[in-house]
Design a protein around this ligand. Structure first.
Ligand SMILES: NC(=O)c1ccc[n+]([C@@H]2O[C@H](COP(=O)([O-])OP(=O)(O)OC[C@H]3O[C@@H](n4cnc5c(N)ncnc54)[C@H](O)[C@@H]3O)[C@@H](O)[C@H]2O)c1
Length: 433
């Protein structure tokens, strides 16, 4: 039987509820809206999007759920600032295209709103510093909404890391390996439909995401892989990323896709895509681990974030769902990870799992929202904070610089300015979030 968390359902009035404003209600923002509408401890008081069709869709969802109608913004690209001026907004969730993230988040913190920011948080080192400096200047918190940190297997493996199953940590692999050709191009009518259009002629992510494949040769989307690994090895809390080197392959996938779908004479066959099909970066940490991170979004392939967690006693790999722990696993053979993941199932998943699985992305979305709402209600630092947002997102500009400079090593700035040595490890084994 499903266990329904006590934060859900049965609204009892507005007192004490977190008042949330949503900036950007495309596919992801709408997903957040749907999950917020299920909670009895939140109220969506304002929404903002420059696309009237998205606003209509959201108002429709809100009215069906019998929640109060929110204030609406979006008459131009800067109208979000008017939402930030509302006293009836305590917290905001920003789910806009990447180029808006750091600017909007900075403005939100300046306005004193507890800030939830979709991934990645920033695209340049200046933007990373801007987020950190604004947090320190205002005391307002920012949470990077990295949902993969809450995946069931990831949390079970985190539990195993904390219980020393792998011994001393040595090496990690992760990445974003997702054939996005159907997302980067569409027909201007359906987000993930057929078609070879992008930019003004595309909709949803094809409208903006594809431009990053034209303009940048870098790991443009590092945090789904890196976020979970960074938590496992305590980055910014006793450990830190030191430097990175990156390599890019040639670029073939997007051009070939345009030819295949749009035909040889399609104007987009003339576009020069700068993004290499496979970008690999190696990060080394102050504790002597390495992290191999891959960005692979332009070629036909099954989805995988490709995790490997390896220590002195053994390793887990998400591709193949397999594990080897010396002394427990037979001989030198892999064994299926099923029983291990069951044994170390995270307490949060044991508690909320049945319900969470209905909330999107296999349950992760419930947990990431739960952590955001609980942290914002208590006005405390979130589990994944502004320093994490900056360090994880810095992979984009650093990988770009490395690739552009003959794969030379690039140093990570220390966004904590030395505090990483003293900062306490966040306790992910809490009862509620
Ligand atoms: N964590 C996850 O699993 C996950 C999944 C999908 C997307 N995302 C992230 O969420 C963000 C949004 O992605 P999406 O898929 O919803 O894209 P989308 O294109 O569907 O939505 C973006 C929305 O932002 C609106 N917008 C653009 N500029 C604006 C402005 N100045 N003011 C107000 N609204 C503006 C657009 O009209 C659009 O509706 C991206 O950062 C993406 O990386 C995260």
């Amino acid at each position: 039987m499903a266990f329904w968390p006590d934060v859900l359902f049965g609204r009892t009035g507005n007192a004490g509820r977190l008042k949330v404003g949503l900036i950007g209600v495309g596919l992801r923002g709408t997903n957040h809206l749907e999950n917020l509408l299920l909670r009895k401890d939140t109220l969506v008081t304002a929404i903002c999007d420059i696309d009237p069709a998205r606003i209509d869709l959201c108002l429709n969802l809100i009215s069906k759920s019998a929640a109060e109608k929110p204030k609406v913004y979006g008459k131009n690209e800067l109208d979000y600032k008017n939402l930030l001026g509302l006293k009836e907004v305590d917290a905001v969730i920003i789910s806009t295209p990447w180029t808006w993230h750091a600017k909007m988040a900075k403005d939100a913190m300046l306005a004193g709103k507890y800030t939830g920011l979709e991934v990645s948080a920033a695209s340049t080192l200046d933007e990373c510093w801007d987020l950190v400096n604004t947090h320190e200047k205002t005391g307002t918190h920012l949470m990077i909404l990295e949902n993969v940190n809450y995946r069931r297997d990831i949390m079970a493996v985190l539990n195993m890391v904390r219980q020393d199953v792998f011994g001393e940590l040595i090496h990690f692999r992760c990445g974003y390996q997702h054939d996005l050709r159907f997302v980067k191009f569409n027909d201007g009518k359906t987000a993930y439909g057929r078609g070879a259009e992008f930019g003004e002629k595309g909709i949803s992510e094809a409208k903006w995401r594809t431009q990053h494949s034209i303009a940048q040769n870098a790991d443009v989307y590092p945090t789904h892989g890196l976020g979970p690994v960074a938590v496992m090895n305590n980055i910014n809390r006793g450990n830190r990323f030191l430097s990175l080197t990156s390599h890019a392959t040639k670029s073939r996938g997007l051009h070939n896709y345009v030819v295949e779908v749009g035909g040889r004479d399609h104007p987009n066959t003339q576009v020069n895509f700068k993004l290499g099909d496979v970008i690999t970066s190696t990060i080394n940490t102050s504790k002597g681990e390495t992290i191999l991170i891959t960005h692979d979004t332009n070629l036909p392939r099954p989805y995988s974030l490709g995790f490997r967690v390896q220590g002195t006693k053994g390793l887990w790999e998400n591709d193949g769902d397999r594990i080897f722990i010396e002394g427990s696993s037979p001989g030198h053979d892999w064994e299926p990870d099923t029983e291990w993941l069951k044994k170390y199932d995270h307490p949060l998943w044991k508690k909320y799992g049945d319900f969470a699985e209905g909330s999107g992305h296999g349950g992760m979305d419930f947990f990431v929202l739960q952590a955001f709402v609980e942290s914002a209600k208590q006005k405390i630092a979130p589990p994944m904070d502004v320093y994490d947002a900056a360090a994880w997102s810095a992979v984009t500009p650093l990988s770009e610089a490395s690739i552009a400079n003959n794969n030379s090593p690039q140093d990570f700035p220390d966004f904590t300015r030395g505090l990483w040595e003293k900062r306490e490890v966040y306790n992910w084994m809490k009862d509620t979030f």
